[in-house]
Design a protein around this ligand. Sequence first.
Ligand code: NAP
Length: 248
Amino acid sequence: MTADFTGKTALVTGSTSGIGREVANQLAARGAHVILSGRDEARGEAAVQAIRATGGKADFVRADLTDTRSVTHLAERSVELGGRVDILVNNAGLYPFAPTAEVPLSQFDEVYAVNVRAPFFLVAALAPAMAERGSGAIVNVSTMVATNGMAQMAVYGSSKAALQLLTKSWAAEFAASGVRVNAVSPGPTRTEGTAALGDNLDGLATTTPLNRVGRPEEVAAAIVWLASDAASLVHGAVLPVDGGRLAV
Ligand code: NAP
């Protein structure tokens, strides 16, 4: 049965591109009012127009998640536009790869600001109202690199490992109030962001039994399921969506 999100408002961060935009498309196609967000207004408005053109309900709120005031504004504006936020997908993420000794302080801070601090304060801003209403769903987007040490991915992998522990901490904190908090852990997926990796992305995919790069819609489908009532008993889970990397 296809999940129905009619009457629900969903905030999806990093939805001007890749996996996040596909999550926004799928939620809107199932009736949700989707708030898309990112720094790039032109890409955001194009994504909103594409959803509206198919009869869906969507708005764009510009936010730079490295800026805590922008994070606060995103949460407040989303509530204004939607009346409330029922679903939060913490998808925006940065994944620069570099040897540890070559990581500038500014890059370390930026990755942790977008991948860890912004999700933390969006949950702090939005989850209490979900808990008061007795329902809500939060899905965090991690990575298979959060559980497997990989060279050049120390900053990225550790930031997503933090997000995975936050997922479990928030499940422990909010489950009794009817708010479900889960995560997906995608493997290599073809998006605008990974285009620059070229053959390296395919090389990474050879480490999975499926032996191919994923499509954004395949990852989005798992996120949408976790956000839906069909996953009512699922709390604090990190769902691998990675072509079977866990199996080997
Ligand atoms: P992408 O194509 O690079 O898109 C990244 C999104 O994050 C964009 O919408 C971008 O929006 C937004 N973003 C980046 N910095 C931001 C900032 N400072 N403030 C606000 N928004 C910001 O990403 P993707 O490949 O779809 O990945 C999405 C998520 O999946 C990430 O968390 C990533 O770590 C995770 N993931 C991806 C893969 C993969 O192979 N693609 C694998 C595992 C996990 P603007 O450019 O408009 O700011």
